[in-house]
Design a protein around this ligand. Structure first.
Ligand code: SAM
Ligand code: SF4
Length: 320
């Protein structure tokens, strides 16, 4: 269905957990987050019910995210159920990749088409420091597994942080040369953990592009927020997602569902619409609540403007 600004909204990002096996500096507090009670969180059955209603009003693309979705029990059968909902044409996953190697085959069998893997450094020590404890080799093994299963193109999400990993920009871009790997640079957002320091460590994608050097523009076939380019002769693409320097609100096609049952019309607004109560008490309201969330989408976000509301959730609770 269309929102008030005539944008077609057909995409729902679902955070199935706010917990994670990493503690990325810009996303999670060092000691993790307060674990909510089981009954405060949506069950798989409830999420599946939301998706069935959403599919009826035109949502056909689902992304499962978190926290870290692969730490959730029974995720494979959950993906299978989502993939089999009438009207859902595409299901993808965003993961830190740590557990991917052993799970990728089953996830693919369950109907998962593609994965986005977040990786901000290729250097073991630095990766461990950014993620506060992660082993980059687990992620690299996961990437190899996904390539072997031919889930192409795979997308690697890289957040560049000033004075931390900016010297790896070229190494990441070069990963696109020999295989169908899309490396997407995502601008650091002043959200949650990063809200106090993101501005000082921000490097715009324009600057990253300049540092990579010659890039040929290619068409984005997915209508997503990334702008794509290629290094000369490369098989994969270099993408730029610029929520800060050049926001893509005009083509925003998504709503978000948090693991505690709130619909978020916009990633950068604190507005949330509760759907948990309706799921438990009155199914008749679900459709109306979904439509309300779509119709509440603001025209654009207000990051770094006078109208900017400081987000009260970390990205791990929203799903990115
Ligand atoms: N755990 C999974 C992962 O890391 O891919 C999925 C959830 S994570 C919140 C989704 C994405 O949000 C990741 O690519 C992560 O780098 C990104 N992210 C988290 N906090 C961010 C921030 N402050 N600015 C930019 N991207 C951020
Ligand atoms: Fe976990 Fe992803 Fe956040 Fe890193 S970015 S702490 S992997 S949820």
């Amino acid at each position: 269905m269309q929102d008030c600004f005539l944008r077609k909204v057909n995409y729902m990002r679902i955070s199935i957990t706010d917990l994670c096996n990493l503690r990325c500096q810009y996303c999670m507090p060092k000691d993790g987050i307060y674990k909510k009670q089981h009954q405060e969180m949506l069950s798989y059955e409830e999420i599946i019910k939301v998706v069935k209603y959403a599919a009826k009003i035109g949502i056909d693309k689902i992304r499962i995210t978190g926290g870290e979705p692969l730490i959730k029990k029974d995720i494979v059968s959950f993906i299978d159920k989502i993939a089999n909902i009438d009207g859902i044409k595409d299901i993808a996953l965003t993961t830190n990749g740590v557990l991917l190697k052993d799970m990728a085959k089953d996830l693919q069998k369950a109907g998962l088409k593609r994965v986005n893997i977040s990786i901000d450094s290729l250097k073991p020590d630095r990766y461990r420091s950014i993620t506060r404890g992660g082993d980059v080799n687990h992620v690299l093994n996961g990437i190899q597994e996904v390539l072997q299963l031919n889930m192409r193109p795979i997308k690697l999400n890289v957040v560049v942080i000033g004075k931390l990993n900016e010297d790896e920009i070229e190494d990441f871009a070069n990963l696109t040369i020999n295989d169908e790997i899309d490396v997407r640079f995502i601008e650091l957002m002043p959200v949650g953990e990063a809200s106090g320091w993101a501005k000082d460590r921000f490097i715009s994608n324009e600057e990253i592009k300049r540092r990579i050097g010659e890039l040929l523009p290619v068409k984005n076939d997915t209508l997503g927020p990334a702008r794509y380019y290629k290094l000369l002769g490369a098989k994969g693409r270099v993408g730029f997602i610029n929520p800060i320097s050049d926001h893509f609100c005009g083509s925003c096609n998504r709503i978000r569902l948090t693991s505690d049952g709130k619909l978020k019309p916009c990633l950068h607004s604190n507005q949330e619409i509760d759907i948990l109560k309706a799921l438990r008490e009155n199914d008749n309201e679900i459709d109306e609540i979904l439509q309300k969330a779509i119709l509440s989408k603001p025209e654009k976000h207000y990051l770094y403007t006078s109208e900017h509301e400081i987000g009260h959730r970390n990205m791990s609770q929203i799903g990115g």
